[in-house]
Structures are given as structure tokens and as C-alpha cells.
Design a protein around this ligand. Sequence first.
Ligand SMILES: C[S@@+](CC[C@H](N)C(=O)[O-])C[C@H]1O[C@@H](n2cnc3c(N)ncnc32)[C@H](O)[C@@H]1O
Length: 337
Amino acid sequence: MFKWVKDLGGTVNAEVKLNKDGVRGLFTTKGIKRDEPICSIPAAAIMNVAGYNDSFAVPTLAVLKEWKLGAQSRFKPYVDMWPGPEGLVNSCNMDLKYVPMWKNDYCESSGRERNHADWHKHAMALLDGSLNPDIEYTVQEVMGADPVTVDDLKYACAISSTRYVSSARRRRLLMAPVFDLANHDRNCANYLSAYDTADFLHLLAGEDMAANTEVCYSYGALRDDYALAHYGFMPPLEDPPRLAYVDHPEFSEGHYSHDNAPSEEPFQGTPEEMRRELQRLKGIRVQIKNTPDALPPQPKGQDYVYDMLKELEWRRLNALEYEIKRLAFALNEKVEL
Ligand SMILES: C[S@@+](CC[C@H](N)C(=O)[O-])C[C@H]1O[C@@H](n2cnc3c(N)ncnc32)[C@H](O)[C@@H]1O
């Protein structure tokens, strides 16, 4: 893939390797000064998968089409680099047995975590065409007579949603080879060029980098539940702990979105508002504690998704308790947890 990108006119000062956690990532092959390119990806190598306001069906079908084309795909070297269906999980393709393990208030009465369960419904609706008029293309329009299963759609949805980047200037969602090997670090200073006049997407160093440094990129202010739902991984543990997105006072039910990151500032308000917030957080904590596991206990290391969901539960409780104590202290109230 790296050769293919270079043959198309790109520049790549990086290589692919496993990082210290065993995750595949991108590493510099030479020292790079701040604001210099780590890689420059030509438009010919970039998959332009959707417009800003398109539904999930557009990038999903764009990915599915290239994946199914196999050797015939113009993007074959790139497609070959994608993780396969067994090596990738996010809420698009996560098994439904895990739905109740999210244990959050953002639940339907059936106790199903909406974001995860919704993806299943979207994929089913796309498959049978019933999502119209919200979808732009039917499966048949894009895929022709090729047989398509719901698992194909879920995989393509997971690939596109974990790998595209939005280009504000062109108002498009782009999938850029090499660049999309950069793992997330929310404090990462590396940045993308505007991709406006030149037909290259440049990933530029946010600070001087030595050779053999892992190249990061910030996917946004991801909180743990959001990172797990949308990208299928648990970011490094933070100190002080951050509330999960669904537990944050600014989380509005029915709106689970990337573009609307909640404030990083600790909750402030009148004593009355702080008391109300304290009660709200205590309520969530009790609700999590009182929700039994829907799946039998598993020894660590056997089930990646189960382990992440249990880790998420622990982190949510940890962050809730931290915030409950902080508010109680500010209100001069006693709290027993
Ligand atoms: C754009 S890709 C990055 C490259 C990816 N590691 C690969 O090998 O293709 C996004 C995916 O990488 C993984 N990832 C990204 N940042 C990560 C991190 N900080 N820790 C663990 N996995 C991460 C997640 O699986 C995520 O869905």
C-alpha cells in the first residue's frame, strides 16, 4: 500500500508497526520538524465516501463496493490493509448479546443500549430497503445483483465509521490510506491540512518528531463509552477520571454525536444546581450497580468485547464516584458510597 501511494505521487515518511500495546500503528521513518509532512496522500488514493449530511448508508455502501470488488478494486492495496471482519468491532457490528452490558440510562424500555441496538436496526433496514426515504441508495443500486448479507453491511459500516475523516473544507467524508493507520490520542498535536486547493491531504507534525515515533492523531475529545461505541477501543485511563459521555450533564438523550463534545470543565452552579447534579450522578451510580450482568462472568483475556464493557463499567463507576465526592465536598455534605 505504501508503494502504491508513492506511485500515485504521495510522500510517506512513516511505516506500519505494532505499538507498545500490540496495536497496529504508524511510525515515523525519519526525524520530522513541526509543520512538516508526515505523509502527503494524493487525491487518487483517497476514497471519497460521502457528503457531510449523508446517512450511514453512503459510506457503508462505498466501502462494501470496494471490498466486494476484490482484485478489481481501484483501491485494492488500501482495501487489503483494512482489518478483516474478525479483527474489527464497534457498535455497527458488535454482537447484540452485548447490548445490555452497556448498562446505561440511554436505554429503551427493553433495556437496550440505543446506539448499539440502533445500528443493528439501520443495517437491517438498509438490507431490506425499508429505511427509505432516509437512505440515498438502495443496496441493489450500488451492489447490483451481488448477494449482500447483513453481516457484510455491518462490517462495511464498522470499517467506514472507524476510518473516515471529515474534510470541513470539502464537506466530504474521506478515507485516506496511510493516514488512517494513525491511532488516537486526544492530546495529539499532529494535524491535517485543509485539503482545499492542492489535491493532497497532508498529515503534518504538530511538534518536532524523532525517527521511530508513533504517529498519533486526535479523533476528538472521545470519552470512554464513545471511544468503545464508535472505534471499539478503550483509551488510556485518565487522571482525574472523566465521566462517560452518557453520564455527562450535557449529554442529551437521543443525541449521541461526535460533533457536540461536552465541556471538559467540572460542573459548576448554584448550590441548588450542584445538589441536583449530585443526586443525578448518585442515581446513575445506583442504577449501574443494580443492573446485573446479562452475560455470565468470563475470565479476562477470553472475550475482548466483554472485557472492554466490564472495563467501561468500572471506569464509569470510578468517574461517577470521583465527581460525587467532589460535589459533596464543595457543598460541605457527607457522602457514603
Ligand atoms: C483509523 S484506525 C487506526 C489504525 C488501526 N490501529 C489499524 O491497524 O488499522 C482506527 C482503529 O484503530 C484502533 N485504535 C485507534 N486508536 C487506538 C488507541 N489509542 N488504542 C487502541 N486502539 C486504537 C481502533 O480499533 C480504531 O477503531
